[in-house]
Design a protein around this ligand. Structure first.
Ligand code: ZN
Length: 181
């Protein structure tokens, strides 16, 4: 009974849009990705670049959904559940859209400022595409080796951590804050 309950909870957290019945599987994600690529030539280059990143597949799929503005944010959920709050749980100030939670939220901006400072950059993102472009700039100027691996991981890791932190607050009652250095 406990197991069923935990599985049900997991399904609620991870609504996998392409296959809501089976839920997320790596095989399903790969199949969906392979089918989607030829259908969307305008984003083909981005998808190919994302596919080559040396990060776990589930993180690539997550980032791909994020870049397409397909994450199940509170603003998105409110389209069919208008009684639910759209407020971002990391700042409690603005609507939780994909752009807000990953780029614009003061919690996220604080994390981005630190990581970008660590790699000698200073950017403000005006869109999800901006975020992706900065990641690509880091990759293109890394020069190979370990620096390349780190550069490739910046955007996937940051967005993944921010989203996991947000899920921790919503589903596990965690508290999110950025420590002052
Ligand atoms: Zn926020």
């Amino acid at each position: 009974m406990g197991l069923e309950k935990s599985q049900a909870t997991r399904r609620i957290i991870w609504v996998w849009v392409p296959d809501p019945d089976k839920g997320f599987t790596v095989r399903g994600a790969y199949d969906w990705w392979s089918r989607a690529l030829p259908l969307v030539p305008a984003i083909h280059g981005k998808a190919r670049a994302l596919w080559k990143l040396k990060v776990p597949l589930k993180v690539k799929v997550f980032l791909w959904l994020a870049l397409q503005d397909r994450l199940l944010t509170k603003a998105r959920r409110a389209r069919w559940r208008p009684q639910e709050s759209e407020l971002c749980v990391l700042c409690n100030e603005d609507r939780e859209t994909t752009f807000h939670i990953l780029c614009e939220c003061k919690f996220s901006r604080s994390l981005w400022a630190r990581i970008l400072m660590a790699v000698g950059r200073n950017f403000t993102f005006n869109s999800l595409d901006d975020m992706w472009d900065v990641g690509q700039q880091l990759c293109n100027t890394a020069g190979g080796g370990t620096r390349q691996l780190v550069a490739e991981a910046v955007v996937p890791a940051m967005t993944w951590v921010i989203w996991r932190t947000r899920n921790g607050v919503i589903f596990r009652g965690h508290t999110a804050y950025v420590e002052n250095a």
